[in-house]
Write a protein that binds this ligand. Structure first.
Ligand SMILES: Cc1cc2nc3c(=O)[nH]c(=O)nc-3n(C[C@H](O)[C@H](O)[C@H](O)COP(=O)(O)O)c2cc1C
Length: 293
């Protein structure tokens, strides 16, 4: 069982991974693409979790500057996420792996598995000899307590942080995730620009519904393939591109891929990210203490 640490207004929940990383809460703010930024990562790390940046496809100089400026703003650790090509010969080997993230099919964003978090995490815990971090479908402290019970050392939450005040998302995207229930997301490959044929989970919008009604056709045969639905960073974005709805997006931003997972059912409101970390830890701890024995 995790040990309960003391010394903060919200008591911490310690696991071998939290001790190794020097964090108070077994909570990782998942890298959520362009929605991630220094404000979000710093808020999470200052609250005792692990904040992360998502820096894939950026210029190396820009990556170094963003990471350095984020590190200057917090004493806590901050992670940097880079998506690697599994076929690349210089991909880091398992000699560098300190922990494994096991993500179930409930997750928001791109999916690599069609197994649920509940079934996947104990299987991974049984076969790896390093800490496992559970991802997919964790939206509150009860979910965090559940994955700790499955043997994970921490929870890795994306959708929960998409709606926080510090996330770099368009207000209409944030609202759609807050309002969505667990049955309002869909998985498939409609918006596979940049990630050919990789399934992803999004909140249902007109783009998804039209594509599904047409029989989920492949790239090149999708309805409205030539539509420009929005502008992001001043550039037009096609209906099936993978651009995330950032605050500066204009046009039909709700037609962009509204990446979110089934935890949208329990994700409510748009609180500050630090408050999310505190509530996750406090509720997980209370949930574990209140279990029948
Ligand atoms: C908006 C969004 C963007 C994401 N971008 C990335 C990314 O850039 N890199 C990555 O490794 N995972 C990315 N993911 C996956 C998350 O890191 C995480 O594994 C997932 O959100 C966990 O499931 P949950 O949404 O149910 O909490 C993204 C997920 C979302 C919702």
């Amino acid at each position: 069982l995790p040990l309960f640490g003391e010394g903060r207004a919200v008591p911490s929940l310690q696991t071998p991974l939290t001790r190794r990383l020097g964090i108070d809460a077994p909570v990782v703010q998942a890298p959520i693409g362009s929605a991630t930024g220094p404000e979000l990562a710093v808020a999470v790390s200052e609250a005792g979790g692990l904040g992360t940046l998502a820096v894939t496809w950026r210029d190396p100089g820009e990556i170094a500057a963003t990471v350095a400026s984020t590190w200057r703003r917090t004493d806590g650790p901050v992670g940097a996420n880079v998506v690697v090509d599994p076929d690349a010969t210089d991909t880091p080997t398992d000699a560098l792996v300190d922990a494994v993230v096991a993500q179930g099919v409930e997750a928001g964003g791109h999916l690599q598995s069609d197994v649920s978090t509940m079934a996947l995490v104990p299987r991974v815990v049984d076969v790896v000899d390093c800490p496992v971090v559970a991802a997919g479908g964790i939206g509150d402290g009860r979910g965090l307590a559940a994955v700790l019970a499955l043997g994970a050392d921490a929870g890795w939450l994306g959708t929960r942080f998409v709606t926080t005040q510090e996330a770099r998302v368009h207000e209409r995207y944030r609202r759609r995730v807050v309002e969505a229930s667990e049955t309002d997301t869909a998985s498939g490959t409609p918006s596979d620009g940049g990630w050919p044929d990789v399934p992803h989970r999004v909140v249902r919008n007109q783009t998804v519904e039209t594509w599904e009604s047409a029989g989920r056709p492949p790239r090149g045969e999708r309805p409205g393939e030539d539509d420009t639905v929005a502008r992001v960073d001043g550039a037009g974005v096609g209906r099936y591109e993978d651009s995330l709805a950032t605050p500066d997006a204009t046009g039909d931003v709700e037609e962009l891929p509204l990446y979110a997972g089934q935890s949208s059912g329990v994700v409510a409101g748009a609180p500050p990210a630090g408050e999310v970390v505190d509530r996750l830890t406090a509720t997980a701890r209370a949930t574990i203490e209140d279990l029948p024995r």
